[in-house]
Design a binder for this molecule. Structure first.
Ligand SMILES: Nc1nc2c(c(=O)[nH]1)N[C@H]1C(S)=C(S)[C@@H](COP(=O)(O)OP(=O)(O)OC[C@H]3O[C@@H](n4cnc5c(=O)[nH]c(N)nc54)[C@H](O)[C@@H]3O)O[C@H]1N2
Ligand SMILES: Nc1nc2c(c(=O)[nH]1)N[C@H]1C(S)=C(S)[C@@H](COP(=O)(O)OP(=O)(O)OC[C@H]3O[C@@H](n4cnc5c(=O)[nH]c(N)nc54)[C@H](O)[C@@H]3O)O[C@H]1N2
Ligand code: SF4
Ligand SMILES: [Mo]
Length: 749
């Protein structure tokens, strides 16, 4: 296919079929239908490359199963009886119900559930929730792990989450609980470029992933033992005197405590707990500490390990970044850069401050009494702690505002600590993708829930239970702007490329429609373009000027060693290896390894001898999304569970046959895929599995209970980590061979 060039009938935007947001060009015909696509060579994210998912954009746009009109439920929830209504009617009725609920129960009785970064729904939903007065909103950061942000901001005052390694300058890369070979083609390219220019690669993962296969050293640890591994590495760095003494002496508090605790974690003891050979731990510490600038990357796994394990994992990683002397040096760990205020007004437009002082709000989020740090009080504390350096706010700390899903479900069913009566789901799939699937189901079908709205591109299992279903536009049929959750230093603007089909709308329209009915309309521009104009106002250019102009993106130039000028954005101004912010919120701040080491207590080890680590990304799918594509479906038609052949043999399971995975919550079925590189104590079930073509509506809900691993991940809010992140990885399970091919409803919530 000839390369497309921007201009005329070739429009320019970016793909949002996964959160990488690679630049894309779309050619349209005279009726505005997309007929060809290409990567955008001038976009710095992917430099013209697209992955297999991105190449289905036109198929997704034209797919016959897409939702095209708003619908209102006329039968029972989940019965599948719908009446087509107009957007005006849908918005009027939803607004009326929300006003009534707000009057009776307070604004906190509304919760919003969102998924990964899809623009414009994620930020628009936060913005609405804060304006409405409810702290019970869930989006992006919550799913990918708030614990990481909190740990990093508590230790060194900014997060390193959305930062890249620098080929040629970065000399060591640690990929820890992440697999960019599947999850991020652009990051994987950069990783390879770093390696080509001499960087060493260490991978910390219980699986031998495609990324691990390229590593100089793969530390194949037992799931959930990351905190112990971190201490083992710190032990060697201190013992062998290869940490950055000068930096530690000048900038770090709490080193003595770290040293005392790490002294106990000899390589041999660390091997006992983690299963990683002692010699590899020693070698890894030396590579990490002595190669030159090193980057220890974000990976979702560390925050998904549940109570205890997750705290020590994220804290241990933050300590490693600090004592290795890599903070804010070129090629090391860039401490973000707030958006360039001469170009972009992000925090000013998010309404977080409005939520703090909201006149109608009287309560904290429904998880605040358990995970105290993720609350409005937590937000205020971080705002104070970081104010000296970031007087205008700090998005990394704003992430502490996200509520925790299991607590929301409990608030619906048990009205504990107070009732939630309405839930709006947009850009997320709680039954499949967001953990605690059964708890979500109980909430959505509870008579206590007065309103459930779902805005999606497809009739998902959650949408099948909703009272109102609203059709979402895809990225080609909307004006767009990607600001990387407000934590990056880069934004990109996209043109609306294709003619909208049916009555699909961009996600902002839902919140603006409700905002204009229920709140101050001046705060809710009628169109998303009007909202983008507000974000872009400091640049002196409008959305249209950016979208149609020669360059549609902007980077903030990094500055290094900013701390030399003004210290770190922590209460003490130093790197706090034992973070006072943890102490303040009753979280154990010491670098101890907190267990229980291998298990989540709801499934005893003798009955559930294996650990499952479901939800690892596969290149050809995005969580529960894109299964409707025939092309992608052919590549991955069935749910696959990686298992060591000896483990399989022990339980009578055959390669390629169906196996049952069981937990106290119930059981699911997947096809066994033998993999001799797996640990024998760990299985890796596919995540987010459903069958869009199978019987919709109750009781089957398109197969949501058949193979969906998140139907059996633990749903008790008490098992979440200190920040309210769910235990999605490492829960105990047992397995057996399945007798029949696929049962209809193995799990009965
Ligand atoms: N076991 C396990 N569970 C996990 C994880 C894990 O690693 N293991 N990872 C967690 C993480 S990090 C995340 S981010 C979540 C992902 O969770 P989600 O983001 O919820 O997952 P998706 O399935 O990608 O998207 C959910 C829905 O959004 C719809 N959608 C796509 N684009 C748009 C759009 O532009 N507008 C609207 N309105 N809808 C759209 C899709 O059709 C889909 O139904 O999963 C979490 N759950
Ligand atoms: N194709 C595709 N790309 C995606 C997505 C998608 O759904 N599909 N989702 C996007 C989203 S929302 C996100 S957040 C990113 C996530 O991107 P990544 O962070 O790369 O997420 P995963 O691929 O799930 O990788 C997590 C790794 O952690 C390992 N792991 C499991 N348990 C443990 C443990 O106890 N300790 C350690 N150290 N490792 C463990 C798993 O084996 C897996 O290889 O990907 C994004 N990109
Ligand atoms: S990696 Fe693929 S799916 Fe993700 S944004 Fe890029 S092209 Fe789209
Ligand atoms: Mo995510």
């Amino acid at each position: 296919m000839a390369k497309l060039t921007f201009g005329g009938d070739v429009k320019r935007t970016f793909c949002t079929l996964c959160p990488q947001h690679c630049g894309m060009l779309i050619q349209i015909d005279e009726d505005g239908h997309p007929i060809a696509f290409d990567g955008d060579l001038h976009n710095p994210v992917a430099k013209g490359k697209l992955c297999i998912k991105g190449t289905t954009a036109i198929e997704v746009h034209n797919h016959p199963d897409r939702l095209n009109h708003p619908m209102k439920r006329v039968g029972e929830r989940g019965e599948g009886k719908w009446e087509r209504i107009s957007w005006e009617q849908a918005l009027d009725e939803i607004a009326e119900k929300l006003a009534d609920i707000r009057d009776r129960e307070g604004p906190e009785a509304l919760a919003t559930l969102g998924g990964t970064h899809k623009t414009p729904g994620d930020w628009a939903s936060w913005r609405f929730a804060c304006d409405f007065g409810t702290p019970n909103f869930v989006s992006q950061g919550r799913n990918c792990g708030v614990g990481e942000y909190i740990a990093e901001v508590s230790v060194y005052g900014w997060d390193t989450v959305y930062q890249s390694p620098h080929p040629g300058v970065t000399k060591c890369l640690v990929i820890w609980g992440s697999n960019p070979a599947e999850s991020s083609p652009p990051s994987f390219e950069r990783l390879r470029a770093c390696q080509a220019q001499g960087a060493k690669l260490i991978v910390v993962d219980p699986r031998r992933t495609k990324t691990a296969a390229r590593a100089d050293l793969h530390l194949q640890l037992r799931p959930r033992t990351d905190g112990a591994l971190a201490l083992g590495l710190i032990h060697v760095m201190i013992r062998d005197d290869i940490y950055d003494k000068e930096f530690v002496e000048r900038w770090c508090l709490g080193f003595d405590e770290v040293q005392a605790e790490a002294a106990k974690w000899t390589p041999e003891r660390t091997e006992e707990i983690t299963g990683v050979p002692a010699a590899d731990i020693v070698e890894a510490a030396h590579i990490y500490a002595t190669s030159g600038p090193a980057r220890l990357m974000f990976g979702v796994a560390a925050t998904q390990l549940g109570e205890g394990a997750s705290r020590s994992a994220v804290l241990g990683r933050a300590i490693l970044r600090a004592i290795s002397g890599n903070l804010d040096i070129p090629g090391g760990e860039p401490l973000g850069n707030p958006y360039d205020k001469t170009h972009f007004a992000w925090l000013e437009n998010m309404n977080f401050e409005k939520l703090v002082d909201h006149p109608l709000r009287t309560r904290e989020s429904v998880n605040a009494h358990e995970t105290r740090i993720t609350s409005i009080t937590g937000y205020k504390a971080f705002r104070e702690a970081t104010r000296r350096i970031y007087p205008d706010g700090h998005t990394g700390t704003a992430y502490v505002l996200f509520a925790s899903q299991p607590a929301i479900y409990r608030a619906v069913v048990e009205q504990d600590p107070y009732p939630i009566r309405a839930i709006i789901v947009q850009c997320g799939e709680p039954l499949l993708s967001m953990g605690a699937g059964q708890a979500a189901y109980k909430a959505f079908t509870s008579p206590e829930l007065e309103l459930l709205v779902a805005m999606d591109m497809w009739m998902t299992p959650t949408a099948q239970l909703a009272d109102y279903v609203l059709p979402a536009a895809d990225f080609m049929e909307r004006a767009d702007l990607s600001a990387h959750w407000g934590i990056g230093n880069f934004f990109v603007v996209g043109q609306q490329s294709a003619q909208t089909i049916g009555e699909r709308r961009n996600d902002y329209d839902l919140w603006a429609g409700l905002g204009r009915r229920l709140l101050d309309p001046d705060n809710w521009p009628e169109t998303v373009e009007g909202m983008f104009d507000r974000f872009l106002a400091p640049s002196g250019r409008t959305y249209r000027e950016w979208a149609d102009g020669e360059v549609n993106h902007h980077f903030t130039r990094p500055k290094w060693r900013k701390y030399e000028e003004h210290g770190f954005a922590t209460p003490s101004g130093k790197v706090e290896l034992v973070p006072s912010m943890f102490e303040r919120f009753d979280i154990d701040p010491s670098p101890v390894y907190t267990g229980p080491p291998y298990s989540i207590p709801d499934a005893p080890e003798d009955e559930y001898p294996l650990q499952m680590i479901p939800g690892s990304r596969v290149r050809e799918l995005t969580a529960s999304n894109l299964r409707q594509s025939r092309r992608l479906n052919r590549l991955h038609p069935e749910p696959l569970c990686d298992i060591h052949p000896e483990t399989a043999e022990r339980w009578g399971i055959t390669d390629g046959e169906w196996m049952v995975i069981q937990r106290p919550e119930g059981e699911i079925r997947q096809r066994a895929r033998f993999d001799a590189t797996m640990r024998k104590d760990t299985i890796n079930p596919d995540g987010y599995w459903w069958e869009p073509s199978q019987a919709p509506n109750e009781p089957h809900l398109s197969g949501v209970w058949v193979s969906n691993a998140n139907a059996i991940t633990p749903g008790d809010p008490k098992l979440s980590n200190f920040a309210g992140d769910q235990p999605l990885r490492g829960a105990r399970c047992r397995i057996r061979a399945a007798q029949a091919p696929v049962a209809v409803m193995p799990v009965t919530p």
